[in-house]
Design a protein around this ligand. Structure first.
Ligand code: APR
Length: 311
């Protein structure tokens, strides 16, 4: 199999961690891109120098030039800024729309056949921006949120009941964080329903902690937000695409009638393979779950309306 090429835009905390995990898992050659002079080059070289120790044949390089990203198979976008004190939500949104729009457009120009995975926040809005700016087939663009939310949920459950994280399966729908819709009915521990292990009250507390998972890390770090778990989640998605593994993962995918929605990207379970989102999987929802999902979709639609003003 010819070697794959992965571009990571944004060489900050998330981007560099994506490159580190992707290199350690030998996903392919990796190009880190950033506007900062020397930072992507330095981190790229540092990561390359780790490869003999890790025993992987991945070339990792850093650049400020999109020509170096030519013919990438997957592009992961982590560029953006965090909200600063005094900055309005609108200012943050317009700045990140500009950044993500610009980087998506530039990267797409050199890799017209790539699959784009967006990580920058606000997630559902940034995926939409990347789609509008590239004009790619929407099945070739997806966002990372659900894998991270379920990873947090799975790790808390594993800790609670003392079973390997590997054996906890969970599913979430909808937006990232606050508006996520956890489907606890679809949560299993080695095939056994979760209610065999945890009371509904305790499970609800764990769901709440998961919703606040991003804020919990920000509260501890004080400067900056989570990056290890977000990066490993994006890498899991990239791996399924690059190796055509057909993993069924919760991702922000384009809906074309599924779950009664059209024209937006929102969190749903989907099969990821070499052509991107190969199928959105529809699961049966209770009225409560459906109303949670609709609320999430409505929030995304309102955000999208705002973005259309900036595009
Ligand atoms: N082109 C390329 N890179 C850019 C651009 C641009 N136009 N604008 C900003 N960047 C880079 C910054 O130089 C910085 O290196 O994006 C990087 C962002 O890194 P961090 O500030 O460390 O942020 P990080 O924690 O990595 O988060 C990135 O991922 O999870 C989301 O909410 C998070 O939106 C945020 C994104």
């Amino acid at each position: 199999m010819p070697k794959k090429k992965l571009t990571v835009v944004g060489a900050g905390n998330v981007g560099a961690s994506v490159a580190a995990y992707a290199s350690a898992q030998e996903l392919g050659d990796i190009v880190l891109v950033d506007i900062l002079d020397g930072v992507p080059q330095g981190k790229g070289l540092d990561l390359y120098e780790a490869t003999p120790v890790l025993g992987v044949d991945t070339k990792v390089t850093g650049t400020n030039n999109y020509e170096d990203t030519v013919n990438s198979d997957v592009i992961i976008i982590t560029a953006g800024i965090a909200r600063k004190p005094g900055m309005s939500r609108d200012d943050l949104l317009s700045t990140n729309v500009r950044i993500v729009g610009e980087v998506a457009e530039k990267a797409a120009k050199y890799s017209p056949n790539a699959i784009l995975i967006v990580v920058s926040n606000p997630l559902d809005a940034m995926v939409y921006t990347a789609w509008k700016k590239t004009g790619f087939d929407p099945r070739k663009i997806l966002g990372m949120a659900g894998v991270l939310d379920t990873a947090r949920f799975r790790s808390f459950i594993a800790q609670e009941i003392g079973v390997s994280v590997e054996d906890i399966h969970a599913l979430v729908l909808g937006g990232h964080g606050d508006t996520m819709v956890p489907l606890t009915r679809y949560c299993f521990v080695g095939g056994v329903p979760i209610d065999r292990f945890i009371s509904p009250e305790r499970l609800e507390e764990i769901v709440q902690r998961t919703r606040q998972g991003g804020a919990e890390i920000v509260g501890l770090l004080k400067t900056g937000s989570a990056y290890y778990a977000p990066a490993s989640s994006a890498v899991q998605m990239a791996r399924s695409i690059l190796f055509d593994k057909k993993r069924l993962l919760p991702v922000a995918a384009y809906l074309n009638g599924e779950y009664g929605e059209k024209g937006i990207f929102v969190g749903v379970p989907a099969i990821l393979g070499e052509s991107g989102v190969e199928k959105v999987v529809e699961v049966e929802l209770t009225p409560d779950e459906m109303s949670g999902f609709k609320k999430s979709a409505q929030a995304v639609k309102e955000l999208v309306k705002e973005i259309d003003r900036f595009l």
